[in-house]
Design a protein around this ligand. Structure first.
Ligand SMILES: Cc1ncc(COP(=O)(O)O)c(C=O)c1O
Length: 355
């Protein structure tokens, strides 16, 4: 048995993979692959419609929000969001909680005034800043709900009248969030939703059309809304696999059911990190991510040996990002409690071996 702890592209449910692989040969008994039918067929339109409906259902989205499946990755939203929401006469606030947040800030500055109102850069992004003032005049506040590289996560979102814009790439569908508080959220599919190649965008329709600039057709959210995410050829396979994963989430208790399991999984692993004298955690305890669990060995020289032991037990993808070092266990929705238990046992055996 192999356990996939990669940070993304990442583990997807086995049954989703099986169904998707069948559809690559013959989709719905059509005698064609899902990869070779027009996106204008009634069969694919049904896939897109179901994917959108499932997002709305699972996230309890109300009428003023539109659900889009775009391409270009979450990184394209770093510029598309400010291009559509911010113009040179306006100011936006951003929080800097890691590499992806910094990239969003850089691109935001191309389209209007940007203030970084809080940052945890001073401690290598080991915590989520809190307790800062937010001027109500800001057009929006951009945050990154889960910092994939540094393993921190907002447990509560800032209480403010300023509209929120949020990169939820690495924790979408992993815990209950009131999406109706946000003007815009976006998430690359390749962690909790599907394969790389599509990006989910949920945008408040009434927030659009207020900037005074020309926007290329492909980068105007309204065009994608009007065309039901089919303004151009959509990323058909990533959308299809996302739809299957959303069905799987629904079947497994919806986001609240998945959240309970995620809390359990992360709880087991953090408990072991805190208990085991060989390891420690680089993140502030109250901000620890349920999705990306970073940990370090006190003695760095043992890292290679520990990773070798992990692999022998079937645990892959645990190398930490170079900006943190150590290890990162990504425990996305499809990771089982069993996978976490196996990793925990490797840590315990390593302690015995070194003790
Ligand atoms: C939080 C976050 N934002 C943005 C990105 C970039 O996503 P993409 O590669 O889809 O552009 C990532 C990728 O890991 C991420 O974790």
């Amino acid at each position: 048995m192999k356990y996939n702890f990669y940070a993304g592209p990442a583990i997807l449910p086995r049954e989703v993979m099986e169904e998707a692989s069948r559809a690559v040969i013959d989709f719905n008994g059509m005698g064609f692959s899902i990869l070779e039918i027009s996106h204008r067929t009634k069969e694919f339109i049904a896939v897109m419609d179901e994917a959108v409906a499932l997002v709305k259902e699972l996230l309890f989205i109300k009428e003023d929000h539109e659900v889009l499946f775009l391409s270009g990755g979450a990184s394209s939203q770093f510029y598309m969001a400010p291009m559509n929401l911010l113009d040179e006469t306006m100011k936006a606030a951003y929080t800097d909680t890691g590499t992806w947040a910094s990239k969003a800030i850089q691109d935001g500055k191309l389209y209007g005034q940007v203030d970084v109102i809080a940052s945890s850069k001073d401690s290598n992004y080991s915590y989520i800043p809190k307790g800062y003032d937010i001027d109500p005049a800001y057009r929006y506040l951009h945050i990154t709900s889960n910092n994939t590289i540094f393993g921190t996560q907002y447990k509560a979102f800032p209480e403010t009248s300023v509209p929120l814009v949020c990169d939820m790439s690495s924790d979408i569908f992993s815990r209950e969030i009131d999406i109706n508080k946000f003007d815009l959220i976006y998430a690359g599919a390749q962690k909790n939703m599907g394969p790389a190649g599509t990006t989910l965008v949920v945008v408040r329709k009434s927030a659009l059309g207020k900037v005074n600039r020309k926007i290329p057709a492909m980068l105007r959210y309204e065009n994608h809304i009007d065309a039901g995410s089919m303004y151009n050829t959509p990323p058909v396979f990533p959308v299809y696999v996302s739809m299957l994963t959303l069905r799987w989430i629904k079947k497994n208790g919806g986001v609240s059911g998945i959240q309970k399991l995620n809390e359990k999984k992360a709880g087991v692993l953090y408990q072991e990190i805190d208990r085991n004298p060989l390891f420690n955690s680089p993140t502030n305890p109250e901000d620890r991510s349920l999705m990306n669990i970073c940990f370090l060995l006190h003695n760095k020289e043992l890292e290679k040996e520990f990773l070798a032991d992990c692999k022998e037990a079937g645990c892959y993808g645990l190398e930490g990002h170079r900006s943190v070092g150590g290890f990162r266990a990504s425990a996305y929705n499809a990771m089982s409690l069993e996978g976490i238990a196996v990793l925990t046992e490797v840590m315990q055996s390593f302690e015995k071996k070194k003790g």
